[in-house]
Design a protein around this ligand. Structure first.
Ligand SMILES: [Zn+2]
Length: 110
């Protein structure tokens, strides 16, 4: 896996993209969904995926302390992800990032 792809995936996630539950059809890699197309973190292919439910994570500019903590956690995970070479662990980290994004989404939902 190339570092650039991991970086791009993280950037997408931080920009409101979500992890795709279905693996990449080409290499079974982890994919992130943004604007209706899923980018594979492993092979870099982008495929339209109509099956995948698109979760619209809305960015909210709340100055909540919890939100700040989550942002810090995201940064930590991002750093961790860039250093991690083990694919399974990267998957785990991406999963954690996605969980935090989901929590952030809930925080901003009202
Ligand atoms: Zn792939």
């Amino acid at each position: 896996m190339s570092k650039d792809l991991t970086k791009k995936a993280v950037e997408l996630l931080l920009g409101g993209a979500t992890l795709v539950s279905d693996p990449c059809p080409y290499c079974k890699g982890v994919r992130v969904m943004k604007n209706g197309s899923a980018l594979c973190v492993s092979c870099g292919r982008e495929a339209k995926d109509e099956k995948t439910e698109q979760v619209i994570a809305q960015k909210n500019t709340t100055e909540d302390t919890l939100s700040d903590n989550l942002d810090q956690k995201l940064l930590d995970l991002t750093t961790l992800l860039q250093k991690e070479k083990d694919f399974e662990k990267q998957k785990q980290i991406l999963h954690n990032i996605n969980e935090i994004m989901a929590i952030k989404g809930k925080l901003g939902s009202h």
